[in-house]
Write a protein that binds this ligand. Structure first.
Ligand code: CP
Length: 323
Protein backbone atom coordinates (compact mmCIF):
# COMPACT_ATOMS: atom_id res chain seq x y z
CA UNK A 1 0.00 0.00 0.00
CA UNK A 2 1.46 3.41 -0.95
CA UNK A 3 1.14 6.25 1.58
CA UNK A 4 2.16 9.35 -0.34
CA UNK A 5 3.96 11.76 1.97
CA UNK A 6 2.60 15.16 1.01
CA UNK A 7 4.81 18.05 -0.08
CA UNK A 8 8.02 16.53 1.25
CA UNK A 9 11.54 17.21 0.03
CA UNK A 10 14.35 14.76 0.87
CA UNK A 11 17.59 16.68 1.65
CA UNK A 12 20.06 14.19 3.18
CA UNK A 13 22.98 12.99 1.06
CA UNK A 14 23.95 10.39 3.70
CA UNK A 15 21.90 7.73 5.48
CA UNK A 16 23.75 7.15 8.74
CA UNK A 17 20.98 6.02 11.07
CA UNK A 18 17.24 6.14 11.77
CA UNK A 19 17.55 7.87 15.16
CA UNK A 20 18.19 11.15 13.33
CA UNK A 21 15.27 10.79 10.87
CA UNK A 22 11.81 12.27 11.38
CA UNK A 23 8.66 10.15 10.93
CA UNK A 24 8.03 12.02 7.66
CA UNK A 25 11.51 11.21 6.38
CA UNK A 26 11.05 7.52 7.19
CA UNK A 27 7.62 7.47 5.54
CA UNK A 28 9.03 9.22 2.49
CA UNK A 29 11.69 6.50 2.04
CA UNK A 30 8.98 3.82 2.37
CA UNK A 31 6.75 5.60 -0.16
CA UNK A 32 9.67 5.88 -2.57
CA UNK A 33 10.43 2.16 -2.07
CA UNK A 34 6.80 1.29 -2.84
CA UNK A 35 7.24 3.09 -6.16
CA UNK A 36 10.36 1.04 -6.95
CA UNK A 37 8.93 -2.33 -5.93
CA UNK A 38 7.19 -2.98 -9.24
CA UNK A 39 10.52 -2.70 -11.12
CA UNK A 40 11.65 -5.99 -9.56
CA UNK A 41 8.54 -7.68 -11.00
CA UNK A 42 9.30 -6.61 -14.58
CA UNK A 43 10.99 -8.79 -17.20
CA UNK A 44 13.68 -6.10 -17.54
CA UNK A 45 14.50 -5.11 -13.95
CA UNK A 46 16.15 -1.79 -14.74
CA UNK A 47 15.38 1.90 -14.42
CA UNK A 48 17.82 4.68 -15.33
CA UNK A 49 18.12 7.19 -12.39
CA UNK A 50 21.68 6.20 -11.39
CA UNK A 51 23.03 5.64 -14.91
CA UNK A 52 26.71 6.71 -14.99
CA UNK A 53 26.98 6.65 -11.18
CA UNK A 54 29.43 4.44 -9.29
CA UNK A 55 28.38 2.70 -6.07
CA UNK A 56 31.02 1.01 -3.89
CA UNK A 57 30.01 -1.77 -1.49
CA UNK A 58 32.66 -1.35 1.22
CA UNK A 59 32.12 -4.28 3.58
CA UNK A 60 34.54 -4.80 6.48
CA UNK A 61 32.25 -7.48 7.96
CA UNK A 62 30.60 -10.49 6.32
CA UNK A 63 27.16 -10.19 4.77
CA UNK A 64 24.87 -12.24 2.57
CA UNK A 65 21.62 -10.26 2.47
CA UNK A 66 22.70 -6.63 2.80
CA UNK A 67 25.65 -6.66 0.39
CA UNK A 68 23.84 -8.55 -2.37
CA UNK A 69 20.68 -6.54 -1.87
CA UNK A 70 22.57 -3.24 -2.24
CA UNK A 71 24.36 -4.61 -5.32
CA UNK A 72 21.02 -5.59 -6.88
CA UNK A 73 19.43 -2.28 -5.91
CA UNK A 74 22.27 -0.29 -7.47
CA UNK A 75 22.22 -2.43 -10.58
CA UNK A 76 18.42 -2.03 -10.97
CA UNK A 77 18.95 1.75 -10.83
CA UNK A 78 21.54 1.33 -13.65
CA UNK A 79 24.56 2.27 -11.50
CA UNK A 80 27.96 0.57 -11.82
CA UNK A 81 28.88 -1.39 -8.68
CA UNK A 82 32.29 -2.16 -7.23
CA UNK A 83 32.53 -4.81 -4.52
CA UNK A 84 35.11 -4.35 -1.81
CA UNK A 85 35.71 -6.69 1.13
CA UNK A 86 38.30 -6.58 3.89
CA UNK A 87 39.92 -9.86 2.90
CA UNK A 88 40.56 -9.13 -0.77
CA UNK A 89 41.82 -5.57 -0.36
CA UNK A 90 44.83 -3.70 1.00
CA UNK A 91 43.07 -3.39 4.36
CA UNK A 92 44.64 -6.80 5.05
CA UNK A 93 48.03 -5.01 4.61
CA UNK A 94 47.12 -2.37 7.19
CA UNK A 95 45.53 0.38 5.05
CA UNK A 96 43.19 2.54 7.13
CA UNK A 97 39.47 3.11 6.54
CA UNK A 98 40.03 6.74 5.52
CA UNK A 99 42.91 5.96 3.16
CA UNK A 100 40.83 3.19 1.62
CA UNK A 101 37.86 5.50 1.13
CA UNK A 102 39.95 8.38 -0.22
CA UNK A 103 41.61 6.08 -2.74
CA UNK A 104 38.24 4.78 -3.86
CA UNK A 105 36.98 8.35 -4.10
CA UNK A 106 39.94 9.23 -6.33
CA UNK A 107 38.46 6.67 -8.76
CA UNK A 108 35.27 8.76 -8.95
CA UNK A 109 32.77 7.01 -6.70
CA UNK A 110 29.41 8.61 -6.04
CA UNK A 111 27.99 6.48 -3.19
CA UNK A 112 29.75 4.38 -0.54
CA UNK A 113 27.74 1.68 1.18
CA UNK A 114 29.72 0.76 4.27
CA UNK A 115 29.50 -2.01 6.87
CA UNK A 116 32.05 -1.78 9.66
CA UNK A 117 32.57 -3.35 13.08
CA UNK A 118 33.22 0.03 14.67
CA UNK A 119 30.21 2.10 15.68
CA UNK A 120 30.37 5.55 14.04
CA UNK A 121 32.56 4.48 11.09
CA UNK A 122 29.98 5.65 8.46
CA UNK A 123 29.63 9.03 10.19
CA UNK A 124 33.40 9.47 10.29
CA UNK A 125 33.61 8.63 6.60
CA UNK A 126 30.89 11.14 5.74
CA UNK A 127 33.00 13.94 7.21
CA UNK A 128 36.06 13.16 5.10
CA UNK A 129 34.78 12.26 1.64
CA UNK A 130 32.47 13.99 -0.83
CA UNK A 131 30.59 10.87 -1.89
CA UNK A 132 27.24 9.95 -0.32
CA UNK A 133 27.60 7.51 2.58
CA UNK A 134 25.03 4.82 3.39
CA UNK A 135 25.36 2.83 6.61
CA UNK A 136 24.99 -0.93 6.02
CA UNK A 137 25.59 -1.72 9.71
CA UNK A 138 28.07 -0.19 12.19
CA UNK A 139 29.06 -2.02 15.35
CA UNK A 140 26.15 -2.29 17.76
CA UNK A 141 24.83 1.13 16.67
CA UNK A 142 22.54 1.02 13.65
CA UNK A 143 21.55 -0.96 10.57
CA UNK A 144 19.20 1.61 9.04
CA UNK A 145 18.23 -0.18 5.86
CA UNK A 146 17.31 -3.29 7.89
CA UNK A 147 15.11 -1.11 10.11
CA UNK A 148 13.53 0.43 7.01
CA UNK A 149 12.85 -2.88 5.30
CA UNK A 150 11.36 -4.25 8.52
CA UNK A 151 8.87 -1.38 8.85
CA UNK A 152 8.23 -1.48 5.10
CA UNK A 153 7.29 -5.17 5.40
CA UNK A 154 4.97 -4.53 8.36
CA UNK A 155 3.34 -1.51 6.71
CA UNK A 156 2.80 -3.45 3.49
CA UNK A 157 1.09 -6.31 5.35
CA UNK A 158 -0.79 -4.33 8.01
CA UNK A 159 -1.34 -0.93 6.35
CA UNK A 160 0.19 1.05 9.22
CA UNK A 161 2.35 0.61 12.30
CA UNK A 162 0.21 2.92 14.44
CA UNK A 163 -0.77 1.15 17.67
CA UNK A 164 0.80 -2.19 16.73
CA UNK A 165 2.48 -4.09 19.57
CA UNK A 166 5.89 -5.39 18.55
CA UNK A 167 8.30 -7.61 20.50
CA UNK A 168 11.99 -7.64 19.63
CA UNK A 169 13.46 -10.72 21.26
CA UNK A 170 16.93 -11.93 22.15
CA UNK A 171 20.40 -10.47 21.97
CA UNK A 172 19.44 -6.80 22.15
CA UNK A 173 22.80 -5.65 23.55
CA UNK A 174 24.79 -6.62 20.48
CA UNK A 175 22.09 -5.85 17.91
CA UNK A 176 22.25 -2.85 15.61
CA UNK A 177 19.03 -4.21 14.06
CA UNK A 178 17.21 -3.85 17.41
CA UNK A 179 18.24 -0.20 17.63
CA UNK A 180 17.28 0.75 14.07
CA UNK A 181 14.02 -1.21 14.38
CA UNK A 182 13.23 0.54 17.64
CA UNK A 183 13.70 4.01 16.13
CA UNK A 184 11.76 3.25 12.95
CA UNK A 185 8.91 1.39 14.66
CA UNK A 186 8.34 3.88 17.49
CA UNK A 187 8.58 6.89 15.15
CA UNK A 188 5.83 5.30 13.04
CA UNK A 189 3.62 4.80 16.10
CA UNK A 190 4.23 1.19 17.20
CA UNK A 191 4.70 0.11 20.82
CA UNK A 192 7.93 -1.84 21.14
CA UNK A 193 8.96 -4.27 23.90
CA UNK A 194 12.51 -5.59 24.18
CA UNK A 195 12.46 -9.17 25.48
CA UNK A 196 15.48 -11.13 26.68
CA UNK A 197 17.55 -12.22 29.65
CA UNK A 198 18.99 -9.29 31.66
CA UNK A 199 22.49 -10.23 30.41
CA UNK A 200 21.44 -9.50 26.81
CA UNK A 201 19.67 -6.19 27.45
CA UNK A 202 21.75 -2.98 27.21
CA UNK A 203 22.57 -1.12 30.45
CA UNK A 204 20.82 2.09 29.33
CA UNK A 205 17.61 0.33 28.28
CA UNK A 206 15.39 2.42 30.59
CA UNK A 207 16.39 5.54 28.61
CA UNK A 208 15.07 4.05 25.36
CA UNK A 209 11.48 4.43 24.06
CA UNK A 210 10.61 0.79 24.76
CA UNK A 211 9.14 -1.46 27.43
CA UNK A 212 11.28 -4.31 28.76
CA UNK A 213 10.28 -7.88 29.60
CA UNK A 214 12.36 -10.81 30.80
CA UNK A 215 9.67 -13.33 29.87
CA UNK A 216 8.72 -14.25 26.31
CA UNK A 217 5.77 -16.24 27.66
CA UNK A 218 4.32 -13.05 29.22
CA UNK A 219 4.57 -11.15 25.91
CA UNK A 220 3.88 -13.64 23.12
CA UNK A 221 0.09 -13.62 23.35
CA UNK A 222 -0.19 -9.81 23.27
CA UNK A 223 1.92 -8.85 20.26
CA UNK A 224 1.05 -8.30 16.59
CA UNK A 225 4.63 -8.71 15.37
CA UNK A 226 7.57 -10.61 16.82
CA UNK A 227 11.12 -10.04 15.60
CA UNK A 228 13.55 -12.76 16.69
CA UNK A 229 17.19 -11.69 16.83
CA UNK A 230 20.22 -13.83 16.23
CA UNK A 231 22.47 -14.55 19.19
CA UNK A 232 25.67 -12.82 18.04
CA UNK A 233 28.21 -15.28 19.41
CA UNK A 234 31.00 -13.50 17.54
CA UNK A 235 30.40 -10.30 19.57
CA UNK A 236 29.62 -11.84 22.95
CA UNK A 237 32.39 -12.09 25.53
CA UNK A 238 31.77 -14.54 28.38
CA UNK A 239 28.61 -16.58 28.92
CA UNK A 240 25.40 -14.53 28.75
CA UNK A 241 23.25 -17.60 29.54
CA UNK A 242 24.01 -20.96 31.21
CA UNK A 243 23.48 -23.06 28.08
CA UNK A 244 22.11 -22.82 24.57
CA UNK A 245 19.42 -25.30 25.58
CA UNK A 246 18.29 -23.13 28.49
CA UNK A 247 18.23 -20.00 26.29
CA UNK A 248 16.14 -21.81 23.73
CA UNK A 249 13.77 -23.06 26.44
CA UNK A 250 13.02 -19.57 27.77
CA UNK A 251 13.50 -17.32 24.72
CA UNK A 252 13.26 -19.52 21.63
CA UNK A 253 10.26 -19.17 19.32
CA UNK A 254 9.06 -22.77 19.23
CA UNK A 255 6.01 -24.32 17.61
CA UNK A 256 4.64 -24.93 21.10
CA UNK A 257 5.06 -21.27 22.11
CA UNK A 258 3.44 -20.12 18.87
CA UNK A 259 0.17 -21.78 20.02
CA UNK A 260 -0.20 -18.88 22.47
CA UNK A 261 0.36 -16.19 19.80
CA UNK A 262 -2.31 -14.28 17.87
CA UNK A 263 -3.28 -16.33 14.77
CA UNK A 264 -2.13 -13.57 12.41
CA UNK A 265 1.10 -12.62 14.22
CA UNK A 266 3.94 -11.65 11.84
CA UNK A 267 7.14 -13.57 12.59
CA UNK A 268 10.28 -11.72 11.53
CA UNK A 269 14.02 -12.36 11.68
CA UNK A 270 16.76 -10.23 10.09
CA UNK A 271 18.92 -13.29 9.32
CA UNK A 272 21.16 -15.14 9.44
CA UNK A 273 19.10 -17.57 11.54
CA UNK A 274 20.48 -19.89 14.21
CA UNK A 275 17.84 -22.57 13.57
CA UNK A 276 16.80 -24.39 16.71
CA UNK A 277 18.25 -21.69 18.97
CA UNK A 278 16.28 -18.43 18.73
CA UNK A 279 13.67 -19.92 16.38
CA UNK A 280 12.59 -23.44 15.41
CA UNK A 281 12.56 -24.32 11.73
CA UNK A 282 8.82 -25.08 11.76
CA UNK A 283 8.22 -21.43 12.82
CA UNK A 284 10.90 -19.84 10.60
CA UNK A 285 9.37 -21.66 7.61
CA UNK A 286 5.79 -21.58 8.91
CA UNK A 287 2.68 -19.72 7.74
CA UNK A 288 3.25 -16.65 9.95
CA UNK A 289 6.83 -16.16 8.83
CA UNK A 290 7.58 -13.11 6.67
CA UNK A 291 11.35 -13.62 6.80
CA UNK A 292 11.84 -14.05 3.06
CA UNK A 293 9.45 -11.18 2.33
CA UNK A 294 11.77 -9.00 4.43
CA UNK A 295 14.65 -10.00 2.15
CA UNK A 296 12.67 -9.31 -1.05
CA UNK A 297 11.46 -5.93 0.24
CA UNK A 298 15.05 -4.99 1.08
CA UNK A 299 15.84 -4.47 -2.60
CA UNK A 300 13.13 -1.84 -3.15
CA UNK A 301 14.02 -0.11 0.13
CA UNK A 302 17.70 0.05 -0.80
CA UNK A 303 16.82 1.31 -4.29
CA UNK A 304 14.89 4.12 -2.58
CA UNK A 305 17.80 4.98 -0.29
CA UNK A 306 20.39 5.04 -3.11
CA UNK A 307 18.04 7.07 -5.29
CA UNK A 308 17.28 9.64 -2.57
CA UNK A 309 20.84 10.23 -1.33
CA UNK A 310 22.01 10.64 -4.92
CA UNK A 311 19.19 13.09 -5.61
CA UNK A 312 20.08 15.13 -2.50
CA UNK A 313 23.76 15.21 -3.51
CA UNK A 314 22.84 16.43 -7.01
CA UNK A 315 20.61 19.11 -5.50
CA UNK A 316 23.42 20.31 -3.24
CA UNK A 317 25.84 20.55 -6.20
CA UNK A 318 23.21 22.55 -8.13
CA UNK A 319 22.73 24.96 -5.22
CA UNK A 320 26.50 25.49 -4.88
CA UNK A 321 26.76 26.26 -8.63
CA UNK A 322 23.88 28.75 -8.42
CA UNK A 323 25.38 30.70 -5.49
N1 CP B 1 20.28 -8.85 8.02
C1 CP B 1 21.57 -8.76 7.70
O1 CP B 1 22.22 -7.72 7.91
O2 CP B 1 22.09 -9.87 7.08
P1 CP B 1 23.56 -9.95 6.48
O3 CP B 1 24.53 -9.91 7.63
O4 CP B 1 23.62 -11.24 5.71
O5 CP B 1 23.76 -8.74 5.60
Amino acid sequence: MAHKTKEFKWEKKHLLGLRELSPDEISYILDTAAGFEQISARAVKKTPPLRGKLVVNLFFEDSTRTRNSFALAASRLSADVVEFTKNDSSVSKGETLLDTARNLEAMGIDIVVIRHGAGGAPKLLSKYINACVVNAGDGYCEHPTQGLLDVYTIRKLRGSLKGLKIAIVGDITHSRVARSDMWAMTKLGAKVTFVGPPTLLPPNVEQLPVKVSYSLDDVIEKVDVINMLRIQFERIGGNPFPSVREYSHYFGLTGERMKKAKPDILVMHPGPINRGLEIESEVADGRNSVILQQVSNGIAVRMAVLFLVNQAAAQQVKQIKET
